[in-house]
Write a protein that binds this ligand. Structure first.
Ligand SMILES: Nc1ncnc2c1ncn2[C@@H]1O[C@H](COP(=O)(O)OP(=O)(O)OP(=O)(O)O)[C@@H](O)[C@H]1O
Length: 749
């Protein structure tokens, strides 16, 4: 009938004054052949099928047919002032049949001033259903935030996270779901009004506590922090900042390594980037290789615990998988001390989760996530039990295939060092103390000339830093570090700033026992209960072969002693990450303030949680070693006295007074550098060296795997600013890199 109506309008000028709805009053429709002819008698009222208001095309076609007189075709209906509209709705708009959204919009704004979100949602639906809103989608997009206020609040209460800002995507979806339910009560649907259906967001928003935790930040505070720190960044930090932020903003997914010696402001830069991204409601996962470094980062945790490396594989669909998928940036501090397999495992996990192939032209490191590793390769490298130089180097991230994709960012300006009189004084061979520390780290201190020894690793320690030995007594170093112990042994500030540092656990125990014996407090001894882990063996005979007394005598790396003797006010160090979010990490130092039967009460001495009082329970710890055919379980407080600590444990600690006791030389890369770089000034550092009588007492070994540095930077060819076709180096003073000695001697000045 409609086609014939158009035909009639083309041939009969009289019909052109009528609309489709009017035509039956003056014309009759014939079926064979189909056509309209002028009505000769009678009067008929035309009726067009009712179509409820909405956004469907037929609704607007119907509106045109009831209002436009004499159209000659569908195109003619859609043409307004000579312009062919894209659809009937637009034609209605241009012809002025639809009310301008100004009015619904004004209604929303007005009621928005006093109405609650639930009321606004109902109002919106009423307007949709009962008014002919020209563009419901636009009205929704401009107002949905008004409808969502109560969802934000409810989410915060449910999660008990006062700063949690539910992501827009989640809030919008909740609004859509509620509006859909309201429309159903009017027998209408979202589709009727061109509104999007609710998305299936799974459990990845408020259903996923891991994600919520990463969004529970006061965005205004983060923004202020980011702005404030950003304004103080030095040039190198700014360059690195923009490189990293661009990668996140553009979704470029670059892999960066932030390289700089201690004090060049790596942590400062991480903090700026983290605050900026968190202020934008982006997820940043912040981890460090050691628990102690993790406590220095905002909401940091250890890489192993965060990514469940290496045992658990992150399965798709789990909360952790969703968290990783939604992460914008991963920051990993102290990366050089982590085995490259951990990064490779993370790479595979992320590739798997992000659907990126592990190899080939479309491979993207870490599945296309921006990853920022950082640290100082002069420090301790991954510890490989029984491993030598090559095994240690092979475990470094530099030897990983991932390194070829790395963008190396260098920080060179030391922002920490005290340029005080003592530090500026020359200590050795024309070098000031800070220059000498870096030269030790770089392995560029001249070799000592020793009569019977051609090992060039032996170096002379500046004599002003060496204490004269007294037989094999440890008294000189203990006296230097704990000078005034009897007056100050209860003082937190005294204890937190000093320690003896030495390469092995054996010497640590000896020094601890010696200092403990001087403390005028009662000793309390805790004995561990040791057993064989039944799950580790089927051999019931093993229990007879290895009696409990034997297990009590065993000492494993990182294991608390069977006989743990403590006194009030002694400093202890945690040996396990028992509660990282509360600052109780492997390496955290505390002072004992109560020795209970089942718990030890302590005050955290350093880091973000300094001054916090905590309780430490006994826990069960499992240990195994290749040479024993069993796993041993020891139930004990996971602590050790820490008047002295091993060099490896001292990494990350800052001290005012450190005594480096070397009954034997260090044995691994970076140990001497880590030991001497714990202090801020030469005045706080002394050595006690027990060498064979054939060697001078100011002479010791410095183990530095220098090939690491050449592999770090000098790999491959040069390509403009880049040294390797894929290894990119960005540094404001790149030419200095060609002269290592010059570079590192410059950085302290
Ligand atoms: N741009 C800067 N302006 C002011 N102070 C800064 C700046 N950058 C760093 N600092 C300060 O310098 C000191 C060292 O910085 P930071 O701890 O970030 O160095 P780092 O490279 O992480 O050192 P480490 O490797 O020993 O942990 C800190 O006290 C920090 O506040």
């Amino acid at each position: 009938m409609l086609t014939e109506f158009f035909t009639l309008n083309r041939i009969d000028p009289a019909a052109r004054s009528l609309t489709y709805a009017d035509i039956p009053a003056s014309y009759t429709f014939h079926l064979r052949p189909k056509h309209w002819s002028r009505r000769k008698k009678g009067y008929v009222i035309g009726r067009i099928v009712f179509i409820p208001p909405g956004t469907t095309d037929v609704y607007f076609l119907r509106m045109l047919l009831t209002k436009v007189a004499g159209p000659t075709s569908f195109e003619d209906l859609m043409t307004v002032d000579g312009r062919l509209c894209k659809d009937y709705k637009e034609a209605c708009m241009l012809r002025g049949y639809l009310i301008d959204d100004g009015e619904p919009e004004a209604t929303m704004v007005e009621v928005g001033q006093w109405g609650m979100p639930a009321l606004l949602r109902s109002l919106f639906v009423m307007i949709l259903v009962h008014s002919e809103v020209a563009d419901p989608r636009k009205l929704f997009e401009t107002n949905w935030r008004l409808f969502a206020d109560d969802f934000s609040y409810q989410t915060r209460r449910t999660l008990d996270m006062q700063y949690f800002q539910a992501p827009d995507q989640y809030l919008r979806n909740e609004v859509i779901k509620h509006i859909e339910a309201l429309l159903h009560t009017h027998c209408r649907s979202l589709d009727d009004f061109g509104l999007p259906p609710p998305a299936d967001l799974g459990q990845n928003l408020v259903g996923n506590r891991l994600i919520c935790e990463q969004l529970n930040y006061d965005v205004c505070m983060q923004q202020r922090t980011a702005e404030q720190i950003y304004s103080t960044l030095n040039r190198g930090q700014q360059d690195a900042y923009h490189n990293i932020m661009n990668s996140v903003d553009e979704g470029a997914g670059k892999f960066f390594f932030l390289y700089g010696h201690g004090g060049t402001g790596k942590t400062y830069l991480y903090n700026t980037i983290i605050a900026k991204l968190r202020s934008q409601q982006k997820i940043v996962l912040v981890v460090a290789s050691s628990g102690i470094a993790a406590t220095l980062l905002p909401d940091g945790s250890t890489g192993h615990s965060r990514f469940k490396i290496p045992i658990n594989i992150v399965k798709k669909g789990t909360q952790l998988a969703e968290l990783l998928q939604q992460t914008s940036l991963i920051v990993w501090d102290e990366a050089p001390m982590t085995h490259r397999f951990c990064f490779e495992a993370l790479n595979k996990t992320l590739c798997d989760l992000m659907g990126v192939p592990f190899s080939g032209p479309t491979f993207r490191p870490f599945g296309g996530k921006t990853v920022l590793l950082g640290g100082d390769f002069r420090q301790i490298l991954p510890v490989i039990p029984g491993g030598g130089r090559e095994e240690t180097l092979n475990a470094s991230i530099i030897r990983s295939p991932l390194w070829l994709h790395c963008h190396l960012l260098c920080l060179q300006q030391n922002m920490r060092i005290n340029h005080d009189v003592i530090n500026e004084r020359l200590v050795f061979d024309g070098m000031t103390f800070p220059q000498w520390v870096l030269a030790v780290g770089n392995g560029t201190v001249p070799a000592a000339s020793l009569d019977d020894n051609n090992d060039r690793a032996w170096i002379n320690i500046p004599t002003c830093l060496v204490l004269p030995p007294n037989g094999d007594s440890i008294a000189p170093i203990v006296d230097f570090v704990f000078h005034g112990l009897l007056d100050s042994y209860r003082s937190v500030s005294f204890l937190k700033n000093r320690a003896v540092i030495t390469p092995t656990n054996e010497t640590v125990s000896r020094i601890n026992a010696s200092v403990l014996s001087c403390i005028p407090e009662e000793t309390k001894t805790y004995y561990s209960t040791d057993s064989l882990c039944t799950e580790s063996t089927d051999d019931s005979e093993l229990e007879n072969l290895y009696p409990v007394e034997f297990l009590n005598s065993l000492v494993f790396n990182g294991m608390p002693e069977h006989e743990l003797s403590l006194k009030l006010y002694t400093p202890i160090m945690l040996l396990r990450n028992i509660d990282p979010p509360a600052g109780m990490c492997n390496g955290t130092r505390l002072m004992v303030v109560h020795l209970g039967t089942n718990a030890i009460k302590g005050i955290i001495l350093t880091g973000t949680y300094e001054g916090t009082v905590v309780a430490i329970p006994r826990i069960a710890l499992n240990f195994s070693e290749h040479k024993w055919p069993f796993t041993m379980k020891r139930r004990q407080f996971p602590v050790r006295l820490c008047y002295a600590m091993t060099i490896n444990k001292s990494q990350g600690q800052t001290l005012d007074r450190a005594g480096v006791f070397l009954p034997k030389p260090v044995f691994s890369h970076g140990q001497l550098y880590v030991a001497i770089s714990r202090v801020r000034s030469a005045a706080g550092l002394r050595f006690l060296i027990h060498n064979d009588s054939s060697l001078p007492t100011n002479c010791t070994k410095n183990v530095v795997y220098t090939e690491l540095y050449s592999e770090l930077i000098f790999q491959g060819n040069s390509e403009g600013f880049f040294f390797n076709s894929r290894l990119h180096i960005s540094s404001p003073s790149l030419p200095y890199i060609f002269s290592y000695h010059y570079l590192y001697s410059r950085t302290w000045t």
